[in-house]
Write a protein that binds this ligand. Sequence first.
Ligand code: UFG
Length: 336
Amino acid sequence: MKILVTGGTGYIGSHMVVELLNEGHEVIIIDSLVNSKIEVLNKIQEIAKKTPIFYQENLTDHTALEEIFKNHSFDLVIHFAGLKSVSESVEKPLLYYQNNLASTINLLDCMQNHKIKKIIFSSSATVYGGSNESECIETMPTGQNITNPYGKTKCMIEEILKDVCISDPEFSAIALRYFNPIGNHSSGLIGENPNGIPNNLMPYIMKVAAGELETLSIYGNDYNTPDGTCRRDFIHVVDLAKGHLAAIPALEAPGFKTYNLGTGTPTSVLEMVNTFEKISGRPLPHQFAPRRPGDLAEIWANPSKAERELGWQTKLTIEDAIRDTLTFLENTRKIW
Ligand code: UFG
């Protein structure tokens, strides 16, 4: 199939492109490179021995997007592109609404103009908001008590997709709700490498391990959880990408569908640090710090719908993710 991947040089997008190329699909990437580097394309080529077509464009540029759609007849679209920093979205809400919503609307408009009726959207567990349940299932309400504009854009885009499916009975949209992606391809050639001080746990751990940051602050050790630190459902990014592959056949049935992509098992922040130390064989400097505003004590996926309907479940462990992270770190920079 001929597949458009927006955000295909980003962290999750690049892993998706590798899986698609490995499966023999033809891949066209659109990425603005605002949060990724062009060198990723060479790494993808090195891993998959095939090269995707690449356009450096911003999806907010409707004219440029329309031009690309005129040149290719896509079978389906996988939409990763978007700004994703929770804290930045609180500081710059309009940037997030403008960028994430306008991009998606432009993309859907071009899809409509060119009669492309299948899309997989990169959604997030954040759509469940501050619900009272720690284990999330797709039938739970979404959109309540979401504490940041980034999370709200994910929810709004799901609503937009729902409405497009209602307006066109042949349209099919799948929103995959990711829990906490970590790790990278086992080659260590691609991975997550954010600029500046990371917000997310694993990139922060990586910078401490590389000696670029001194100490990891664990936000809160007084939560009502087994060890007092928050618990999350960390999923290996390669398993996550394979979840998208599994979702492609489900696009044959029109309508809007959602699936959780997670392992179903929570791991605490402290357990993650301890496991990182065990596998790397070195101490990871860390300290307890006050809670981070907006954090939930614990949240994990009930992944049974994806297992039942897509025949997908995770295969890789947190240990695998940490080993792959260490390979990536060795390839990209010195470890402490
Ligand atoms: N944490 C630390 N220290 C750090 C960074 C994180 O202790 O330096 C803790 C957080 O407090 C939290 C846990 O590690 O308890 C995970 O934090 P992340 O920022 O890595 O991930 P979140 O669960 O907060 O957010 C993630 C994605 C969001 C998404 C959300 C949905 O980053 O995009 O899951 O649940 F919206």
